[in-house]
Design a protein around this ligand. Structure first.
Ligand SMILES: Cc1ncc(COP(=O)(O)O)c(C=O)c1O
Length: 482
C-alpha cells in the first residue's frame, strides 16, 4: 500500500499548533521577507507524528535488526550513552566557557585520553579528529612533520597494503605524500618480500590495518613493524578493527607509532549519517609533541589541580574546532566506564567468536578465501554459489534485505572478487546468528532454483533494486519514494 505524503494529507485551515493571541502590538514585517504563497502542508499534530514515525520505519538500523556491515562495526549503541550525554552538566555547557568553569567536562576528556592510551599502549592521545579518516590524515601529518624536523625531507612515500580501506590512500594523498601499494601474500598477510623491496630512505612509513580488512591478524606484524623501523620509517595503525583486540593486545606493543580509534566502531558511538563522529589519535612518546591540540593536561595551579588545555610544542596545529565532538566523546567514555577493562575484553572475544561461528557455518556454501585461518571479528566470503553461476554478490546482498537483514559490505576489500564481508559484532545472540545463516543458506538454494528472485530483489523493501550510482548522484529528497 502506498502511504500518502504529508502534502497529500493537507487540508486548508487544519492546524497542528494553536498559537496564543499576541499580547504585544502587531508589527509590520518587511515585505521583502514575506511570501504570499508558502506551500506548507496544513496538517494536525497526529498527521505529523505519523508521517515522521513512518519515515523512521522505512530505514534499517541496528535497533531494528542485525547489521553485519564488515569493516564498519555497526555496533549496538547502548541507551545509557544517550542518558549520559543528556545530563544537563554536559548538554548545557558552551564550548567557549572558561576552562575553570567546565572542570567536570575537561576531567572527562582527560580520563578518556588516559583510558584510550591505556587500552592501546600509546603515551599520548588527542581527541580532536572527527572521524577515522580524519585521524588518518592527522597521523600521516604527524609522521611527516616528525621526520621533516629530523631533516629527512627526501621521505615522500607512504606504503599502503592492497587490502587497505580507501581512506588510507586518500589521507596520504591529502597530506601531499605519494602512495605505494604493497601486495598481500597467499595467507592474507603483508607480503614481506614486497615490503622489503619497497622500503628505502624515501619512505615516511607504512599504514597498516591490523586485524586487516580480510579479517585476519597479520601473522608477521612484529617483522613488518621492525622492517619499517629499520628503514627509518614509522608505522601508522588504522585502528578501525580495534574492536577485535581490545584488552587482548596493545597496538603500541606491536610496534605501531600512531593509531586512530574509530569511536563509532569500537566504543559504541553512533555512526550518525556522516557525523558528528570522533577518531582520536594515539602516539608514542617520541611523537607526542606533534599531536593536534588542545590536549587536556592535569596542571597544578594556585587553585589546586586543574584540567587545562595544552598545545603540544611541535603540534601539527588545530584540526577541529573547540574540544572536538564533545557529545560523541561523552558517549565513548560512558561505554568504557560501563564495561570496564574486563568487559571490553569480553566484548572483543565475543565479536571474534561470533565471526568465527558464522565463518564455520557458511564456508561450505559461500567460498571463504582464507577460511582455513581463524578469523578475527569479521571475515570475507564470496557471493559465488556452486550451481548458480549467474548469481553475483549484489544479488545475494539484496535478497538478504527480504529476510530483514542489512546486507554485509560488498565488493570490498578489492582484492577478493565478489567479496561479501561479514561482521556480526559481539551483541548478536546465537539465535540471531542462526537466523542469519538460515537466510543465507536459503538464498543459496533459491539461487539454484529461482535465480530471478535474487536478480530482482529486494521485494519487500520500500524501494526495489536501484541504480545505486544514479541514486547517489541524483538524489531526490522530495519526490514520493515509497
Ligand atoms: C578499515 C577502515 N579504515 C578506515 C575507515 C575510515 O573511518 P571513518 O569512517 O571513521 O572515516 C574505515 C571505515 O569504515 C575502515 O573500515
Amino acid at each position: 500500500m502506498t502511504e500518502p505524503l504529508i502534502y497529500e494529507l493537507s487540508s486548508p485551515g487544519r492546524k497542528g499548533v494553536v498559537m496564543p493571541e499576541p499580547d504585544v502590538p502587531l508589527a509590520e514585517l518587511p515585505s521583502d521577507l514575506l511570501r504570499a504563497d508558502l506551500p506548507l502542508p496544513e496538517v494536525s499534530e497526529i498527521d505529523v507524528v505519523r508521517h515522521f514515525v513512518r519515515l523512521s520505519q522505512l530505514n534499517h538500523a541496528v535497533d531494528v535488526g542485525m547489521y553485519p556491515l564488515g569493516s564498519c562495526t555497526m555496533k549496538y549503541n547502548p541507551k545509557v550513552n544517550e542518558v549520559a550525554v543528556r545530563l544537563p552538566g554536559f548538554a548545557w555547557t558552551h564550548p567557549l566557557q572558561e576552562p575553570e568553569t567546565v572542570q567536570g567536562n575537561l576531567a572527562l576528556l582527560y580520563e578518556l585520553q588516559e583510558m584510550l592510551a591505556e587500552a592501546s599502549g600509546f603515551a599520548a592521545v588527542s581527541l580532536q579528529p572527527a572521524a577515522g579518516a580524519h585521524g588518518e590524515l592527522t597521523g600521516v601529518l604527524i609522521m611527516r612533520n616528525y621526520l621533516y624536523d629530523r631533516g629527512q625531507r627526501q621521505r615522500t612515500k607512504i606504503l599502503v597494503p592492497d587490502s587497505a580501506h580507501g581512506t588510507n590512500p586518500a589521507s596520504t594523498t591529502m597530506s601531499g605524500l605519494t602512495v605505494v601499494e604493497v601486495p598481500s601474500d597467499a595467507r592474507g598477510n603483508v607480503d614481506l618480500a614486497a615490503l622489503k623491496a619497497a622500503l628505502d630512505e624515501t619512505v615516511v612509513g607504512l599504514m597498516l590495518t591490523n586485524p586487516n580488512t580480510l579479517g585476519l591478524f597479520d601473522e608477521n606484524v612484529l617483522d613488518v613493524t621492525r622492517l619499517v623501523h629499520e628503514a627509518g620509517g614509522l608505522v601508522y595503525g588504522d585502528g578501525a578493527n580495534f574492536n577485535a583486540i581490545v584488552g587482548i593486545c596493545k597496538p603500541a606493543e606491536l610496534g605501531f607509532d600512531v593509531m586512530h580509534f574509530n569511536l563509532h566502531k569500537t566504543f559504541s558511538t553512533p555512526h550518525g549519517g556522516g557525523g558528528p563522529g570522533a577518531g582520536p589519535v594515539g602516539v608514542t612518546q617520541e611523537l607526542a609533541a606533534y599531536l593536534p591540540g588542545p590536549i587536556v593536561a592535569l596542571s597544578e595551579t594556585e587553585e589546586g589541580s586543574l584540567c587545562l588545555p595544552q598545545m603540544p610544542s611541535r603540534s601539527i596545529g588545530r584540526i577541529k574546532s573547540f574540544w572536538g565532538n564533545f557529545g560523541v566523546l561523552v558517549r565513548a567514555y560512558t561505554y568504557i566506564r560501563m564495561h570496564g577493562a574486563e568487559g571490553l575484553r569480553r566484548n572483543s572475544e565475543y565479536a571474534v567468536l561470533n565471526a568465527n561461528y558464522l565463518q564455520a557455518r557458511l564456508k561450505g556454501t559461500y567460498p571463504v578465501p582464507h577460511g582455513d585461518r581463524t578469523c578475527m571479528h569479521e571475515f570475507v566470503a564470496q557471493g559465488r554459489i556452486e550451481g548458480a553461476e549467474g548469481i553475483r554478490t549484489m544479488d545475494v546482498a539484496k535478497r538478504l534485505i527480504d529476510f530483514r537483514f542489512h546486507p554485509p559490505t560488498v565488493y570490498f576489500p578489492l582484492i577478493v572478487p565478489e567479496a561479501l564481508m561479514i561482521e556480526p559484532t559481539e551483541t548478536e545472540s546465537k539465535e540471531t546468528l542462526d537466523a542469519f545463516v538460515a537466510a543465507l543458506l536459503k538464498i543459496a538454494e533459491e539461487a539454484r532454483t529461482d535465480p530471478d528472485l535474487l536478480h530482482t530483489a529486494p521485494h519487500t523493501a520500500p524501494v526495489s533494486r536501484l541504480d545505486e550510482v544514479k541514486a547517489a548522484r541524483e538524489l531526490k529528497l522530495c519526490a514520493p519514494c515509497y
